[in-house]
Design a protein around this ligand. Structure first.
Ligand SMILES: CSCCC(=O)C(=O)COP(=O)(O)O
Ligand SMILES: [Mg+2]
Length: 255
């Protein structure tokens, strides 16, 4: 890699953190607590906001013939009824059944995980090769950013409550699907623009993006970022031939 790498952008699931932690701890936590959470927080502004975004999304997506999931009609201020609660639960679980990365779903999940982390019930998995790399990049003054489909709130909770303690101090910034879907090149342009607007002059070629998803790597490569694929237990099998360096540990990364 010719130009020096001056910034590292990291995916979470399948990269810093195991797929099994997300699939076997984070998502089951949502399924287990969803009904009670919605019922007990229904009238709060946060849940009203979440429900409005979720319902708006389903109508829009169904109109586009996207992967259908039960429509539910909700307007802010709608009181709790059994039918509305059932519809909301069905909508959320149907989205999770197909691992939709909708911003509305991820926002609700992030709000719910807060209690799980605060109570100590959830401790986030981080691969053992990640913290030494964080230390290495810190010593080289290479800033670390996160780009995950998980909401920024969920990302911050995860890194603040890991098996290695609070790793938040290593992270300079966070991006999620409010910057765009991770498989769209425009999202990486948006992220680069935001980083530069916040005073850090960075060109795409100076960014190393590490992800387990080859479609994300292809999207980031299109805007000039340098991408390495993360191969961890449970990550999708890669095509027989592809242009990327693939690593099973951060120690094999080019910085
Ligand atoms: C931030 S923890 C929740 C992870 C999540 O919901 C998700 O979809 C992770 O996707 P990623 O883009 O990090 O592979
Ligand atoms: Mg991932």
């Amino acid at each position: 890699m010719s130009t020096d790498i001056k910034l590292v952008l990291l995916d979470i699931e399948g990269t810093t953190t195991s797929i099994s932690f997300v699939a076997e701890e984070l998502f089951p936590y949502i399924r287990q607590h969803l009904r009670f959470y919605l019922e007990s927080t229904w009238s709060t502004s946060q849940t009203q906001e979440d429900l409005a975004h979720l319902s708006g999304l389903s109508i829009e997506d169904d109109a586009k013939g996207d992967k259908g999931f039960p429509l539910f009609n909700f307007n802010k201020g709608d009181g709790l009824t059994q039918e509305r609660l059932d519809d909301a639960v069905k909508n959320v679980l149907s989205q999770m059944d197909v691992d939709r990365k909708s911003t509305a779903l991820k926002a609700l999940q992030g709000h719910m995980w807060k209690d799980g982390y605060a109570s100590g019930q959830i401790k986030a998995h981080i691969y053992e090769d990640v913290l030494p790399s964080f230390e290495r990049w810190k010593s080289k003054a290479v800033p670390i950013y996160i780009y995950s489909s998980g909401s920024i709130g969920a990302q911050k909770l995860l890194f603040a409550h890991t098996l290695y303690g609070d790793l938040s101090p290593y992270l300079v910034g966070h991006y999620d699907t409010t910057s765009g879907l991770k498989t769209e090149s425009q999202s990486y342009e948006n992220i680069l623009k935001d980083i530069n607007e916040k005073g850090r002059e960075i060109r795409a070629e100076e960014v190393l993006f590490v992800t387990d998803n080859i479609l994300e790597a292809e999207a980031a490569t299109k805007v000039g970022m340098r991408c390495v694929l993360s191969v961890r237990p449970g990550t999708k099998e890669l095509p027989a031939s592809h242009p990327f360096l693939a690593v099973s540990t951060f120690q094999s990364l080019p910085i």
